[in-house]
Design a protein. Sequence first.
Length: 253
Amino acid sequence: MISLLPPDLSVAQAILLVLTAGFTSMMTAAMGIGGGLLLIAVMGQVVPLNALIPVHGLVQLGSNANRAVMMRRHIDWRMAGLFAAGAVPGALLASMIVVQLPLATIQLSIGLFILWLVWGPKPSRRELSRLSLILMGSITTVLTVFVGATGPLVGAYIHRNSFDRFRTVGTFATCLSIQHMLKAAVFTFIGFSFIDWLGLSLVMIASGALGTWIGLHLLKKIPADRFSLIFKTLVTLLAVRLLWLALTALMAS
């Protein structure tokens, strides 16, 4: 029987996750990037870490698939195809090397990765070669199995093509749908059971679909600069809390 409340999660925490899924999907649809990163930063505070990356990936699969369907007329299928050509072998590689890392190591890795994505150097805009697109699909798919939210890294490369905002959002959603589908397959292959989290994940996906619909209507209306500062500040604080929890656990062990 599918439950809406997974083990070790309170009703208040479940409601928080559903609301966050809707808000972050709206943010990604409106701004083009960032929702998945904020979602995993919030989920990292309440979701058991052994379930964090696979459940986040399942919710993001639903969210990005909804966005891709809504934006299907704007998708650059050439880029999505090349991304998929690299993502498939990347997923196969990840399935052979993924291991159950200690919880503190997962917290530390995700916290540091979030800070690097938010504050690290950004690539310049230019047309990407076929090989670089394939490598991007492969490398980011391996990374997403270990740290979860590689969306900003994928988005940074897609932005280099100087697409208009609709084409950027549609292509970005398609690439991430491919990646999260492969990630779900990897975690299923290594034995993770999604059944306990399926009910809540479906509610979060539905909330995300509503958020996407709202976000697409706000796509041309939100001032990007002010929102970017708020987003960076919030995600940084969440990442720092993850690092604090990881360091505290490591020092106590």
